[in-house]
Every structure is written in C-alpha cells, then in structure tokens.
Design a protein around this ligand. Structure first.
Ligand SMILES: [Zn+2]
Length: 80
C-alpha cells in the first residue's frame, strides 16, 4: 500500500501557496513604492516626506532609497 496524500502534505502545500502569495504581494508593493519614489524624483519631491513635508534623513534614504515617508510617519502608517 502506497503512502497516501496526508493532511500534513496538504497543509504544507497550502502554506507554501500562502508564502508565495505574500512574497508576490510584497514584491508588488515594493515595485509600486519604487515607482512612487521615482515619480517623486521627477517632481523634485524626492527625499521629502509625503505626509508631513519634512525632509527624510539621508541615512534613511541610503538604507531605503524608495522611502517616501519619514520614520515617524511610516511608523504611524504601519500601525493603522
Ligand atoms: Zn513625515
């Protein structure tokens, strides 16, 4: 008798699928965010927080070139 397609295998496939989808969503979000940063470069708003209008620190931009918000506003956004 061969080994059946167990519940744990099915759960594994489901979780693999979920991982793939969340990775894909992250990639999409990153791409959108990178496009936003690029369009802000074109309008001369790059490096300025889109929420409070303050300059984003050079340190942050070096670490996260696609950032369009300062640390405080990004943190607030992520909490919502
Ligand atoms: Zn801000």
């Amino acid at each position: 008798m061969s080994k059946g397609f167990g519940e744990s295998d099915f759960a594994q496939i489901l979780s693999d699928k979920a991982t793939t989808e969340s990775v894909q969503r992250l990639l999409d979000e990153n791409r959108l965010q990178a496009e936003r940063a690029t369009s802000r470069k074109a309008t001369g708003e790059y490096g300025v927080c889109e929420d409070c209008g303050q300059k984003i620190s050079a340190e942050r931009l070096k670490f996260l070139p696609e950032a369009t918000r300062c640390v405080a506003c990004q943190t607030r956004q992520e909490r919502q």
